[in-house]
Design a protein around this ligand. Sequence first.
Ligand code: SGN
Ligand code: CA
Length: 551
Amino acid sequence: MKSRDMPACIQPACIQDERSRTAIQRTAPIVIVLLAWLLPGGLPAAERPNILFIFADDLTCQALSSFGDHRQLLDTPYIDRLAREGMRFDRCLVTNSICGPSRATILTGKYSHKNGFYNNSTSSFDSSQTTFPKLLQGAGYQTAVIGKWHLVSDPTGFDHWHVLPGQGIYYNPPMIRMGEKMEHRGYVTDLITELSLQWLAGRDRDRPFLLMTQHKAPHREWSPPTRLLGWDADRVYPEPATLFDDFSGRSRALADHDMGLLRTFTPLDSKFVPPPEIDGADLAAWNAYYEPRNAAFREAEPQGDALVRWRYNRYMHDYLGCVKALDENVGRILDQLDQEGIAKDTVVVLASDQGFFLGEHGWFDKRWILEESLRTPLLVRWPGRTPAGSRCEKIVSLIDFAPTFLEMAGAPVPSEMQGRSFVPLLSGKTPPDWRTSLYYRYYEFPLPHRVRPHLGVITDRYKLVHYEGSGVDDWELLDRQIDPLETKNFLDEPGHADVLRELQSELARLQAEVDDLTPPPRTAFGRAPFPEEVDPTAPATPRQPRRRKAG
Ligand code: SGN
Ligand code: CA
């Protein structure tokens, strides 16, 4: 607080009595200093860091060189910088692996059954709930969210919001700024960064900030900026070992999916047709890149495995091109912190709403409790706290983000939040009672990808999963140590009998702990009623390209 902002009654000039003026004059600097430092969060203002939350959509660890994948799919030097200068979390797990539910969980620190946002089909976020941005705002932070929101109701708890309607689109995306519709030209990831930089430039420099820069990329249909088309020089990508998984010995829930490169990929996914919103020079560049390659595809007419391989390579070019653009934009925003000299006062957190399959099990998309979609990248750079280049292997989760941000700001964490602050982990200290298991529950079925509702318990090594609905009622026990690719069910293995019993009781304990003991409402399951009206024998049908719903 500057002296010109002080309430008049504590300005020395309003004191009449000579003796008391002397006394007040003596103590005033102390009072001013106390007022300036003891802002409502409990921590002195100067110790309350800015928080820059860079959030991606469907960004997966396999695509980041800082996390490493044997395929070495992409170099992400700017995101790697956060890993080099901060902490990498190897097991940040989500609790319901889709977009809106993850966002609601991050904001509230609660599971879907507590915050009411179960799926992307029928849920709408109850914005009267307590969220960490509201609490930070109340504690004196200036708060902003820019980019993808995807929670149906308008953002609350932000001094400034400028968001994509619904899913948002890649090129020339319309946006909504504080309730007002705005037209924009350009590529969505560049634009969200640009708007974030503008907000940073115009912020109040006397207060700490929370800036949530939330990207659409690399969400389906994975449209890179036209400047990056052909960035990979037509590389033939190494394949994941499970590209042709036949799901033998597993629950029918897995085989009955509708998210396969063979079964589900649409002409829009394949880039046989341009995204409806692209125009002008971008459309010309788009056609110049895709058309000759599409013509070669038509000429070759690949079928079966060859078709899967062709789609996998196109998918990698497009998805990774989106990630490359994201990486460049992370670099831009980190540079800005350096240029302003505020990097040392700013915690930077990079994460995604879940992971994603990059051809593993023949899939794209997310949703399953399996590693690729369960795990989300998490990098945290907190100068003076996180040891540079450090790694944490403990299980943390999206339910922990709200408590963590609040503790960073010195604000109290409401007891109703179900997560736990991982601030101690950031300093390299593991509380002795840190969790060794996590509860997971996914609901949305049957659309859009025919992933059966399932729930389970996850430990460092094992998972016990229950799939149910539409003719399926199966349990699976996965053992990542013996079977890291998660292709085998150990449920009936005699050697796993003790583990099974332990996991069963751990699951029951967690369900009681998170208070998920009553059946979810029918609306939890999405667009179609669950489960009676779904024909379990119906084959999955490939969908036609469609225009996006107005968001
Ligand atoms: C949303 C989902 C995607 C899904 C499409 C399907 N993302 O975009 O997972 O592929 O719908 O659309 S999410 O952010 O909402 O989770 S459809 O038109 O083919 O049904
Ligand atoms: Ca997502």
